[in-house]
Design a protein around this ligand. Structure first.
Ligand code: PMV
Length: 312
């Protein structure tokens, strides 16, 4: 057995979160920025398979809790790929904060799958990768939409409608996306539930917000295909107003968004489930993006990333 390495990257939802639950489209972006990666290394070990990671260090067979899905994924692949069942040490190095809407668990699964296939010199099609990553996401999260697994293994922006195959989205956009971690875990489950409650108790006000988010997502698809950076920013701001009206923002997220807007962001919104997690802000130039990242850090963001949009 030789050493094998697998890598993957973060994802964010550009627009369409929450509305996607009600059949509207969403757009997800892969994030290739430095320090938004997961690297998995597989090396031969002497006795039993071991995992080394921030959350768990020890024998594979004793990995429980959050690591259970990862463990099952590794065991299944190992049994399928290595007839000799050679013991290994699997090291997970992740830049991604968990539960911030950046796809941390799916990115880990993708990097593990790539590392195992690289170790055993097996061909890995994109289709097989996504299927295996979705399997592990199911084990970890129950019944996720599949957007995380698809985007952390993808190389292009994706158009996503629930129940339909994901589609690559054409992009022709110059500019920079700044991602800032509020330092608070996102509360996707609670936020989805509260929208659901509003939809039942007050459909007259809730449904138009969902429909408008769907409309904005359609507009944004056009903006990113036609390099309409300023209009894109305005549409992101409009989406944030809808998300705030749906009650999925919170004070910390709103504060970071206000700071970004006062620092010249072309458009700023929360990303993912909300009530914590990350925000995204749009800038025309690298220096404007640097200024935004600095202001957001000074305002309490615990980490920032800058993704050039022309590199997507
Ligand atoms: O927080 P994330 O990145 O897992 O995104 C959640 C997106 C929602 O639309 C709020 C929920 C969903 O399942 O699509």
């Amino acid at each position: 057995m030789q050493t094998g390495v697998g890598q993957s990257h973060a994802k964010i939802i550009l627009i369409g979160e929450h509305a996607v639950v009600y059949g509207q489209p969403a757009i997800a972006l892969p994030i290739f920025a430095v320090q938004a990666r997961v690297t998995v290394t597989l090396e031969p070990a002497l006795q039993t398979p071991q995992i080394k990671s921030t959350y768990y260090n020890g024998p594979l067979e004793q990995a429980v809790g959050q690591m259970q899905g990862i463990r099952r994924l590794i065991e299944q692949l190992w049994h399928a790929l290595d007839p000799n069942l050679t013991p290994f040490e699997l090291t997970i190095e992740s830049d991604l904060p968990p539960e911030r809407g950046m796809g941390s668990s799916a990115a880990t699964a993708v990097a593990i799958i790539r590392a195992l296939f690289a170790t055993y010199h097996q061909e890995l099609s994109q289709q097989r990768l996504l299927k295996l990553a979705a399997l592990s996401e199911n084990l970890i999260h129950g019944n996720p939409s599949g957007i995380d697994a698809a985007t952390t293994g993808a190389t292009t922006p994706l158009w996503f409608v629930k129940g339909q195959p994901l589609q690559p989205l054409p992009i022709n956009l110059k500019g920079y996306l700044v991602i800032a971690d509020s330092g608070q875990k996102g509360q996707t489950g609670a936020a989805v539930k509260s929208v659901q409650n509003q939809m039942m108790s007050n459909p007259e006000q809730t449904q138009p917000l969902i429909d408008h988010l769907g409309y904005l997502t359609q507009q944004v698809a056009r903006n990113i295909a036609q390099n309409e950076l300023t209009v894109l920013g305005a549409n992101l701001n409009r989406a944030q107003l809808d998300l705030r009206a749906l009650g999925v923002s919170n004070a910390r997220v709103d504060h970071l968004i206000d700071v970004a807007n006062q620092t010249g962001s072309l458009g700023t919104k929360l990303t993912g489930g909300g009530r914590g997690g990350c925000i995204i802000a749009l800038a025309a130039t690298q220096s404007a993006a640097d200024d935004l990242a600095q202001a957001l850090s000074a305002a309490g963001a615990i980490k920032t990333w800058i993704q050039p949009l022309h590199a997507l």
